[in-house]
Design a binder for this molecule. Structure first.
Ligand SMILES: Cc1cc2nc3c(=O)[nH]c(=O)nc-3n(C[C@H](O)[C@H](O)[C@H](O)COP(=O)(O)OP(=O)(O)OC[C@H]3O[C@@H](n4cnc5c(N)ncnc54)[C@H](O)[C@@H]3O)c2cc1C
Ligand code: SF4
Length: 330
């Protein structure tokens, strides 16, 4: 690991003032950042530790008139175990519980979780060409081993998949990210936080240098209680998703009044499947209509040498998620 300077921020303003250039990184749980520093993929000159902020609102979960608000320093394990999250937003609790290991979830923060970086092996090994790590160097995955890579939202510059789970629940539920930055605070629709790779895969989010995520707000809706996250992975212990689906449903008998769907493991960003939602709204939910929705969701898929299996896998994952969500007792 390369040498770096370390400082602690005791207020959001101090954190933002201390950051602000490309050589500075905030550190929360450190479970992604220090990993990437050890393998020389990330080389910050200075770390600003934001953990002291966790003693205030940034460390709390609050139910509000509008929904639920997670401070950015709430730990994954803390959110997963919260009674309001389990009872009223089960898709969020599921997405956290199925992510990483208990040890990691105890350490890792929600703000850091949504900003974790891809697990593309070529990104994580500095001897390979990678446009995300070294812009303009090429993409080793396109002609390489690309079993885990994305089939939606890719570009000719990068086909990496977004690895997280929680983000799928957030994008499905229309979450909003609150930030503090050099030019003041902002509220960003979660769906706009992550950028597709296009020609600049190294620019992964719309955050500015030094912009701090302070909270994530999730609006309550009649669909949040009947909601579920299904994750398919290579083994039943901690592993990243090959395909996943976050579903939230509001039913009128067997008819879909409202539905929210997001897919994971298969796209460059947390993927809201609006075509699938359109296909289901106002329809009777059964295996045939669920499959039609899944076909619509994957219609734009572009596969590579080793990952064509993800298309049928993602469809079946979504069908299962829809039917299991329908069967929930709420
Ligand atoms: C072995 C392993 C398995 C894993 N499996 C899964 C999995 O199955 N599913 C899954 O979703 N995740 C998985 N993870 C990822 C894990 O969930 C993330 O590492 C963790 O959530 C990151 O949170 P952190 O607080 O440790 O972030 P950090 O490592 O502290 O930070 C990550 C990045 O976010 C930035 N950052 C942190 N907080 C803020 C903030 N408030 N505002 C602005 N920038 C910020 C940092 O500067 C850094 O760039 C796994 C990780 C490991 C090591
Ligand atoms: S897929 Fe993206 S992250 Fe992976 S090697 Fe290609 S450019 Fe790099």
């Amino acid at each position: 690991m390369r040498p770096f300077l370390y400082e602690r921020a005791d207020s959001p303003e101090r954190a933002v003032r201390s950051a602000g250039d490309a050589g500075v990184q905030f550190i929360a749980g450190g479970t992604t950042l220090t990993d990437l520093m050890k393998i020389d993929v990330m080389r910050p000159e200075r770390l600003v530790d934001i953990n002291p902020l966790g003693g205030g609102r940034a460390g709390r979960i609050e139910e509000t008139e509008r929904g639920i608000r997670f401070g950015a320093l709430v730990r994954m394990a803390q959110a997963e175990a919260h009674p309001a999250v389990r009872g009223r937003y089960p898709v969020i609790a599921d997405s956290l519980k199925l992510a990483a290991s208990q040890q990691l979830r105890t350490m890792a923060s929600l703000g850091g979780n949504v900003l974790q970086r891809t697990r593309c092996e070529y990104f994580r090994e500095v001897s390979w060409a990678c446009n995300k790590r070294a812009p303009g160097s090429g993409c080793s995955a396109i002609g390489g081993v690309n079993r885990q890579h994305a089939v939606l939202g890719t570009s000719d510059a990068c086909i990496a998949s977004y690895p997280g789970d929680f983000a799928q629940a957030l994008v499905a539920l229309d979450a909003v990210v609150e930030t503090a930055g050099p030019q003041g605070g902002r509220r960003i629709a979660f769906a706009d936080l992550h950028r597709r790779p296009e020609g600049t895969p190294d620019v992964e989010t719309v955050l500015m240098p030094g912009e701090l995520i302070t909270a994530i707000e999730v609006p309550a809706g009649p669909w949040t209680r009947r909601s579920r996250y299904v994750k398919v992975r290579d083994r039943d212990s901690y592993a990243f998703a090959l395909a996943s689906a976050a579903v939230a449903l509001d039913l009128d008998g067997e008819t879909v009044r409202e539905v929210r769907i997001a897919l994971g493991g298969i796209a460059s960003v947390p993927w809201r499947a609006r075509e699938a939602e359109e296909a289901l709204r106002g329809k009777r939910l059964d295996e045939a209509s669920a499959l039609a929705a899944a076909e619509a969701a994957l219609a734009g898929a572009r596969t590579f040498e080793h990952n064509a299996f993800k298309v049928p896998l993602a469809k079946q994952t979504l069908v299962r998620a829809l039917l299991e969500t329908q069967a929930m007792e709420v």
